[in-house]
Design a protein. Structure first.
Lengths: 112, 113
């Protein structure tokens, strides 16, 4: 009955590879997000996706791209992985853009 | 730049004591939210307080908001060891990309049994 789920939980990969992280929510929410949390626990919004409106944080490299096959899914695709991409990535969802968010358990990405 | 800044960065108290965490922000907001993150886990929503509200309660939690000072506080009363976690405030603005949640740097709370 997990509300927001992410796969995989752990991802270890080599520099230069392309990888995807999947996110699914069963809450019927209209808005989904991706966040990056660094080693100092600072949490930064990467994308929000609301009724086909994509808001991108301007600091996110274009190697990162969100893909939403339907309202319940927002996957994160990363091209040409770099060492600095190592972090924990959280997916979240909410009813609306300014409302309470429900977070997934996180995906721990380590780029070697 | 970061919208919210929590104070203190770390707080250690004895079980049964109250814990107060503060958050300051820079621009006008639609609402302010507090989240908790246990080690190695995702964030859990605690309370949302809107810009026209001054105080909100939920169980042992009390949140205040002072929009004139652009600050908020989270009070946890009668703390328990299970309250040990990182606590984040996050603000939501009204326009464009500011409608997204912007997190502060967090307060690490340790409750000693």
């Amino acid at each position: 009955d997990t509300a927001v789920s992410q796969t995989p939980k752990y991802l270890v990969t080599q520099m230069g590879n392309d990888k995807s992280i999947k996110c699914e929510q069963n809450l019927g929410h209209d808005t989904m997000y991706w966040y990056k949390q660094d080693s100092k626990k600072f949490l930064k919004i990467m994308f929000s996706y609301n009724n086909k409106e994509l808001i991108i944080n301007e600091t996110v490299p274009n190697r990162f791209s969100p893909k939403s096959p339907d309202k319940a899914h927002l996957n994160l695709h990363i091209n040409s992985l770099e060492l600095g991409d190592s972090a924990v990535y959280f997916c979240a969802s909410s009813r609306g853009l300014q409302e309470t968010q429900y977070f997934g358990p996180g995906t721990r990405l380590l780029v070697l | 730049s970061q919208q919210g800044e929590e104070d203190p960065q770390a707080l250690s108290i004895q079980e049964g004591e109250n814990a107060t965490m503060n958050c300051s922000y820079k621009t006008s907001i639609n609402n302010l939210q507090w989240y908790r993150q246990n080690s190695g886990r995702g964030l859990v929503h605690l309370i949302l307080i809107r810009s026209n509200e001054r105080e909100k309660h939920s169980g042992r939690l009390r949140v205040t908001l002072d929009t004139s000072k652009k600050s908020s506080s989270l009070l946890i009363t009668a703390s328990r060891a299970a309250d040990t976690a990182s606590y984040f405030c996050a603000t939501v603005g009204n326009l464009g990309s500011a409608r997204q949640l912007t997190f502060g740097s967090g307060t690490q709370l340790t409750v000693l049994p």
